[in-house]
Design a protein around this ligand. Structure first.
Ligand SMILES: [Zn+2]
Ligand SMILES: [Zn+2]
Length: 375
């Protein structure tokens, strides 16, 4: 079968930036060297452009997980263009298709089932059928955002001005334009390219599946560290409308911290969050599935299988009761009924249910740790 036509511009961009980053920059470092300012600028621009993709292109525009003030949107649009990953409109359109048809080799533009190389970079090198051009019908909402329209229209001038202008100016101020452009320009661009591409490639291959196994997406703390928090990709694929990817406080998700931080000064708002109950239930369902599969593979485990199912049903029941009570408690707190009998009763009931759920969770965990011993 004849291979689709090569996209020369993309191929050249990756070859040129890759060669400079992997050969030119080390050579320059060994002979002339980079100074501290250049390293600091490169790190700052790495975070600025990388997080313009994750907080802007991804969580703001592709998934609408929060709203942002126009100043924030303009800054993210410039940073995103500086990361050289096509316009917001194009990127978001591809990404929405990726979520909708994940792992479908005909429709997902970067389907991980077509191999690690394809999902990482291969999909951008040829005119594959799964890749659509100028069809932005799944992004009509974004076409109403003046910043998105402006960035799409003037994409190339913005890319050139941001990449050459910002690094050039900073290099001039620091006394060496070429050196700054090499390190904070090309090397930084190369790094941002590949760490963000990891989200399409490695984050669909390497890691755990605590929430769903209906697609290849994985949760991986190590990847999250390099991808501005996007390594919690299993969670993201099941709950894509959540502004967080790492939902626990100890998970590394600087993109979430940035969005939340900006909300304190009123620059972002309407941060969308999936209710805890749905998250917990998704995780429990996955645990049931995994434990049952392990037990099903061994003989005479029927009794244990029934027990696992019973305890799971009880767990879900207790979760429902607990979250229901929590909702009622929140509602009554809003009404400021501090010392009423009704408040005391609801408080007591809530605490009881919370304790019952904690006990059931413990039991559930013990049961799961038992399963491998039988397997
Ligand atoms: Zn994905
Ligand atoms: Zn996404």
């Amino acid at each position: 079968m004849k291979k689709p036509r090569i996209i020369l511009t993309n191929v050249l961009v990756f070859i040129i930036t890759g060669t400079i980053a992997l050969l030119g920059v080390p050579l320059w470092a060994m002979t002339i060297g980079f100074d501290t300012t250049e390293v600091i600028v490169a790190i700052c621009l790495f975070y600025f452009t990388g997080m313009s993709i994750t907080a802007g292109y991804h969580r703001l525009w592709s998934h609408k997980t929060y709203d942002a003030n126009i100043v924030v949107r303009v800054i993210l649009a410039i940073g995103g263009a500086m990361a050289l990953q096509n316009s917001i409109l194009h990127w978001s359109s591809d990404h929405r298709v990726h979520h909708r048809h994940v792992d479908n080799n005909e429709r997902d533009p970067y389907s991980a089932k077509r191999g690690l190389w394809f999902a990482h970079i291969g999909w951008m090198l040829r005119e594959y059928q799964s890749h659509r051009y100028d069809d932005y019908s799944n992004c009509r909402d974004l076409q109403k955002d003046a910043v998105v329209v402006w960035q799409h229209k003037y994409y190339l001038p913005i890319v050139l001005t941001a990449n050459f202008g910002i690094t050039g100016l900073l290099g001039w101020l620091n006394g060496d334009v070429l050196s700054m452009m090499l390190f904070a320009g090309v090397f930084r661009l190369f790094l941002v390219h590949h760490v963000t591409f990891f989200i399409n490639s490695l984050a669909h291959y390497w890691g755990s599946q605590p929430y769903t196994d209906k697609n290849t997406a994985r949760d991986n703390g190590i990847l999250a560290f390099f991808t501005f928090g996007e390594g919690y990709h299993n969670y993201h694929h099941i709950f894509e409308y959540d502004y967080r990817n790492g939902i626990h406080w100890w998970q590394f998700d600087p993109t979430k911290w940035l969005i939340k931080g900006l909300s304190f000064v009123g620059l972002t708002s309407n941060l969308r969050q999936v209710p805890e109950e749905r998250i917990e239930k998704a995780r429990a369902a996955m645990q049931l599935q995994k434990t049952s599969a392990k037990l099903a593979a061994i003989p005479d485990a029927d009794e244990l299988l029934v027990k696992v199912q019973q305890e799971y049903d009880l767990l879900v029941q207790k979760m429902t009761a607990y979250y229901e009570a929590k909702k009622r408690l929140m509602a009554i707190r809003k009404r400021h009924l501090t010392r009423s009998v009704e408040r005391l009763e609801i408080d007591f009931h809530y605490k009881e249910l919370k304790h019952a759920l904690a006990l059931q969770k413990e039991k559930w965990l013990q049961l799961q740790s038992l399963a491998p011993q039988f397997a």
